[in-house]
Design a protein around this ligand. Structure first.
Ligand SMILES: [Zn+2]
Length: 318
């Protein structure tokens, strides 16, 4: 067990052993020992032949697998397949398509697509910590033209000057300090009004932090709660330490990833791709096994059904 995988090929071989896969899951999910998800009892019996546990308390769902209460719960796919898919999402630099997962682990493309979206949902959990210190805030426009989208999706795009037909992404970046690398949090927003931008900043940044933005009107009026530095991009891009270069760098990585990997990203699904890029950026200082473990540690307690995921009138994309 000492040789943790370092490549996708090694990961496939490593997790092909059901005992190794289960052991990996148990160590992350129950670091203090297995306990019953229903009643919390810890003196549970392991049924070796079926790789499930049985609770001594008499209640419904006495027998439980390691998948219960996680995004894997109602999936018939084995942990070996899930873990390889997680490995790919966590470690493929420019994102991974459902087609690639379908080929790598031998599930249908529809299953692969569903797996990917569940994994991305788990990744959201990793970027919800409020930023502090020196923080940059900025927005960017991504995506295609509105005329190519269905009517119900046009609501997700804006029709303002300069960004017509594109989706707006709002980002907050906590600059690097001491040993920690810079961290990003990014979300899709519907408009760049003062109300929206202020709400996003307040939700993502601790009061009292140094806030760096451009001169957009939507950011005015934040200096009561933040040490607000403004750089007017019509004049200059850097004024002392006031700039949004960290976020500019993230935006270009994001756009390169979207361009290189996905044929089309509908606004409806874009936020999940965004989460994936944010995760990879924030975990860039870790190695492949570390990133895999981060995602796996977040899957517990998060569930998503097929109907919740696809919504209404949405089609499956690559
Ligand atoms: Zn129990």
């Amino acid at each position: 067990m000492s040789s943790e995988p370092t490549t996708l090929m090694e990961a496939i071989r490593y997790f092909a052993d059901p005992d190794v896969a289960l052991d990996t899951m148990v160590k992350l999910r129950w670091p203090n020992g297995v306990c019953c998800p229903t009643c919390g009892r810890t003196d549970v019996r392991f049924v070796k032949t079926r790789r499930v546990w049985e609770c001594k308390e008499v209640h419904a769902k006495r027998q439980f697998s390691a998948k219960v209460g996680t995004v894997f719960e109602d999936s018939s796919l084995g942990l070996d397949k899930w873990f390889v898919a997680i490995w790919m999402v966590a470690n493929c630099k420019n994102g991974v398509s459902s087609y690639e997962v379908h080929r790598a682990i031998g599930v249908t493309q529809k299953s692969a697509w569903f797996m990917l979206h569940r994994i991305r949902l788990a990744m959201q959990a990793g970027s919800l910590v409020k930023a502090e210190g020196h923080v940059e805030a900025d927005e960017t426009y991504v995506g295609g033209l509105a005329k190519n989208m269905h009517k119900d999706k046009r609501e997700w795009v804006i029709k303002g000057t300069g960004g017509a037909g594109k989706t707006i992404v709002m980002g907050v970046l906590q600059r690097a300090e001491k040993d920690a690398t810079s961290r990003v949090r990014a979300r899709i927003i519907k408009e760049t009004t003062k109300a929206t931008l202020h709400a996003e900043v307040r939700a993502a940044v601790k009061p009292g932090s140094h806030l760096h933005t451009d001169a957009a009107k939507g950011y005015r009026g934040l200096s009561d709660d933040f040490k607000h530095g403004v750089v007017d991009h019509a004049v200059e891009y850097v004024r002392g330490n006031v700039h949004t270069n960290g976020l500019e760098n993230f935006w270009s990585l994001l756009k390169r990833g979207l361009k290189g990997t996905y044929v089309s990203v509908e606004p409806y699904h874009l936020f999940r791709y965004l989460d994936e890029q944010v995760f990879r950026f924030n975990e860039r200082g870790d190695n492949d096994y570390g990133r895999f473990q981060s995602v796996l540690s977040w899957v517990t307690g998060i569930r998503l059904t097929w109907s919740e995921l696809v919504g209404s009138g949405s089609e499956v994309i690559a």
